[in-house]
Design a protein around this ligand. Sequence first.
Ligand SMILES: Cc1cc2nc3c(=O)[nH]c(=O)nc-3n(C[C@H](O)[C@H](O)[C@H](O)COP(=O)(O)O)c2cc1C
Length: 330
Amino acid sequence: MPEPRKLSTPITRLLGIDHPVLLAPMGGVAGGALAGAVTAGGGLGLIGAGYADPAVGWGSDDWIRREFEKAGDRAVGIGFITWALDKRPAALDVALEMAPRAVMLSFGDIAPFAAKIRDAGAVLICQVQTLKDAREAAAKGAQIVVAQGTEAGGHGADRATLPLVPAVVDAVSPVPVAAAGGIADGRGLAAALMLGAGGAMIGTRFWATPEALGHANQKALIERSGGDDTLRTRVFDTARGIVWPEPWTGRAIRNAFAGTWHGRDDALRAEGAAMRERFFAAQRDGDTDMAVTFAGEGLDLIANRPGAADLVERIVDEAVQALATAPRPG
Ligand SMILES: Cc1cc2nc3c(=O)[nH]c(=O)nc-3n(C[C@H](O)[C@H](O)[C@H](O)COP(=O)(O)O)c2cc1C
């Protein structure tokens, strides 16, 4: 008898999806094609609107509409960086016009946006990095709390996934929790479920798919790098002129630029607009010695570039297998 392939959890039931796999709304990487492919694979794709700031390279109103259209008739959601949305709240209205299945807010106070999102019929997902913020998100109306460990690619904080997830599960119950940070295969998904999470939010692993946005040089770098090659830093934000509030930093692949400037943010800032222009040009041209490639410790587990829908199914198959063959007591 083949094992049943569905892993039904409170998150799959709330979102109406087959598999407890959520695509992280990676700014500059998760566009409509990737989000649509993850949904086609049975998970839920989230478009990464990031700062909703075209000056950073994506997230204009037109960009948001276009990326939803690229997802076709598949239900997808969208994610914003909350403190940036404070500065351009109209971007949320554009997103809600596109009838997203879910809206994820990360890094900031969800209170100004929570009711509007829920009233529009979207599931409100909130990503947090501490127990305190998890409790606050649940109290302010989050319907899914994503507990993000420091292993994650992109912005985050200091707590590790393994102890953070069960603590958040206990703190916000009955609100369902998704685990994020370092999950890149079915073993990680199975572990997340064992910690009490109702699913996993996965970013870095989906970078290495044909549907992901981003330069081919960055995808090649993702494939040949490992978790040891990453660092948490502010240097790439300083280079772009983006001022992130405390306590958040970004995990990215260490490159020559980080080697020169990491920890020297004041000196980098003093380089001014000329440096910013060079940096954005490097990003456009795929110069990975200078450009930022945000990625997490899960890089060790990436060896190929499958289609995103196949990847969802593969991760679920592996998780089912891992759960079925886990050591039993006795
Ligand atoms: C390239 C990249 C860009 C990201 N951009 C965002 C973002 O714009 N907003 C956000 O909430 N999280 C962002 N994240 C973090 C993800 O939401 C998620 O927490 C993380 O990818 C999970 O860990 P993993 O990368 O180990 O799978 C980003 C992550 C990566 C790798």
